[in-house]
Design a protein around this ligand. Structure first.
Ligand code: SF4
Ligand code: SF4
Length: 505
């Protein structure tokens, strides 16, 4: 695929006006006074702290680890003293607290010595590089948070690597800024992935409203295996399966994965983190975060240490004094948060600070069919809504509920302001619970049936054994009777003989 090729447009989706006008500079956020680092990651077991309150730590030092395959180690993101290991609220839809390690900064930002043993990565075996990626704590930085090493391990027959340089949602600028400011690192990260996966090609996909990022990467790219391709700017062009369809015209069927077709997708920020880890030996201790929205005067991208508070960078964007609605991630697929004291995590790509507005009231469905036209995965949201609302998950499953990517395109166009995706999320959860319940019921039924079978089998075996014993006894007794008769006859014969002898004397 040539560098400037424009990928084909996918069906559905929506074009959302992008009113953000932020600078594409990446501002170094001031070193935070303290950081909060959750031990619970996106999936898998909670990590175990390797430090205690009062310990001194250096930036980049390993402070928690786990043996769970789907987890990565946790590193200190500033130097200082461990001030607490306790439960804190973290930005998660559950709103629950999680065990966290808090570090109070010593203001020095003293680093561990960095291990650059894989600097000449072509000399390193792929499995060693994957281990180094895991040790650096790298996960998908596009918002998914899936551990990168887990995607790379056990990958067989990888043909194509797709690098997702689409922002997905308007307002988010962090990946655009990253591509403009760090094109060399992005290209070297892609080359590392090419070596690890032994893939024949890599495609970097960039939306066509990001010409500066496109030319920055084009200028740096000298590798024939890497092509840079423009994607039509349309929400949700960055969704993995849609991106693959746009670029390669390959449909990944429901229930299958990109890797089944020899394809692996990574976000540009993840790729840059891979380069930092392999070339410089740096663990993941910071990320680029966009602060934007109607409530700030300076929309901006910040390179910020993980665990710093939202407030640390919101303040630098000069928020107004009005009440705000805060949202982490995109306006469409992000998460509403209430607390600016929450810590920035690996998946916190954007913080929206919007002036609070009253939401329009929900009205009944007027069956206009608008939602059906925009669904990028070809579902029928109107029908799905009907069955989800009535908690008929069986019917909702017939309408392919699990394929819903919760993009909220249908919500966006609904003139009745129905939060359709919210119903689909609830229906998925209900279906999960019902499936679990059905599974438990099936297990209990099987256990009951097996108990019945075991009792009946034992009774039958016992009856058979008793019958056998009875027969043996009877046989023995029968044997005993014939023995007695023989003895009696023998005694009779002896007596008769004696009598005869006596009469002859
Ligand atoms: S867009 Fe809204 S009102 Fe129109 S059919 Fe869909 S759910 Fe109903
Ligand atoms: S939220 Fe689900 S049903 Fe609605 S448009 Fe997106 S994928 Fe389709």
């Amino acid at each position: 695929m040539p560098n400037s090729a424009l990928a084909q447009e996918f069906q559905g989706g929506i074009v959302i006006a992008n009113n953000s006008s932020g600078s594409m500079k990446i501002v170094q956020a001031p070193l935070p006074d303290s950081v909060i680092l959750p031990l619970q990651q996106r999936i898998g077991d909670e990590a175990v702290a390797l430090v205690a309150v009062g310990d001194e730590v250096l930036t980049g030092q390993l402070i928690a680890e786990t043996t769970d395959y789907f987890c990565t180690p946790i590193h200190a993101t500033i130097s200082g003293i461990i001030s607490a290991i306790d439960k804190q609220i973290i930005p998660h839809k559950s709103g629950l607290k999680s065990n966290c390690i808090s570090i109070k900064s010593d203001g020095k930002d003293e680093w561990i010595s960095l291990n650059q043993q894989h600097k000449n990565f072509l000399q390193s075996p792929p499995e060693k590089l994957i281990d180094a990626i895991q040790a650096a704590g790298i996960v998908g930085l596009g918002g998914g948070g899936f551990p990168t090493h887990a995607k790379l391990k056990n990958l067989t027959n990888c043909q194509t690597i797709i690098i997702n340089g689409t922002e997905c949602e308007p307002g988010i600028m962090c990946d655009d800024a990253l591509m403009q400011n760090h094109p060399l690192e992005v290209i070297s990260g892609v080359e590392i992935l090419l070596h690890i996966c032994a893939a024949s090609r890599a495609i970097i996909a960039i939306e066509d409203d990001k010409p500066a990022a496109f030319s920055a990467l084009q200028k740096c790219n000298k590798n024939q295996q890497i092509s840079i391709v423009k994607i039509p700017t349309k929400y949700t062009s960055g969704a993995e399966k849609l991106l693959i369809k746009s670029l390669l015209n390959i449909e990944i069927p429901s229930g299958s994965f990109a890797s089944d077709e020899g394809i692996i997708c990574q976000n540009v920020a993840t790729v840059k983190a891979i380069s930092d880890a392999i070339i410089e030996g740096k663990p993941l201790v910071s990320r680029v975060v966009t602060v934007t929205g109607s409530g700030v005067a300076i929309p901006q991208n910040y390179e910020v240490r993980l665990g710093a508070k939202f407030a640390d960078i919101i303040a630098a964007s000069k928020p107004n004094n009005l009440p705000h609605n805060l949202r982490m991630g995109g306006l469409m697929m992000g998460l509403d948060v209430e607390n600016i004291g929450l810590p920035i995590g690996k998946i916190s790509n954007c913080i929206f600070v919007n002036n609070a507005e009253k939401k329009p009231a929900e009205q009944p469905c007027i069956r206009c069919g608008q939602c059906n036209l925009v669904c990028p995965v070809g579902l029928l949201p109107q029908q799905l809504f009907w069955w989800s609302k009535h908690k008929n998950t069986e019917k909702a499953m017939d309408y392919n509920l699990p394929d819903c990517i919760e993009c909220r395109c249908c919500d966006f166009v609904c003139p009745s302001h129905i939060p359709l995706a919210q119903h689909f999320v609830a229906a998925k959860e209900l279906n999960y619970q019902q499936t679990q319940q059905q599974y438990k019921t099936a297990i209990a039924k099987k256990r009951f049936e097996f108990r019945q079978f075991r009792l009946e089998r034992n009774a039958a075996e016992r009856a058979e054994m008793m019958a056998k014993k009875r027969a043996e006894l009877q046989k023995k007794m029968a044997n005993d009777k014939s023995q007695k008769a023989k003895i009696a006859k023998a005694l009779e014969r002896v007596k008769t003989k004696k009598d005869e002898n006596n009469s002859n004397i």
